[in-house]
Design a protein around this ligand. Sequence first.
Ligand code: ZN
Length: 95
Amino acid sequence: MKDLVRVWNEMDIDDIGKHLLIIGESTGDCSNCRELGINYSTATTCPKCNNYFKYVASRTHEIRKIKTRRPDLIFIDLEDYKKAAGKIKAKSLFF
Ligand SMILES: [Zn+2]
């Protein structure tokens, strides 16, 4: 029997921030330029900033559906990313 479990990896957070497609209810957002309304089923690059997507994260819990549609992207947990990005931001305020 197969099911989904999260795997912990050390990742380059800046790289994720530049190449992340964040999926909401029905469309995706580009994490690089904040463009909204991207068709996440087909988009390999952002229509606005031309940035290519390497990672995908979801605001909803439709992980399985998104994984099936986009096997080419690395699926990361949005909360994990936000936490890590927040830490970097907090550090850069002090140095
Ligand atoms: Zn963009």
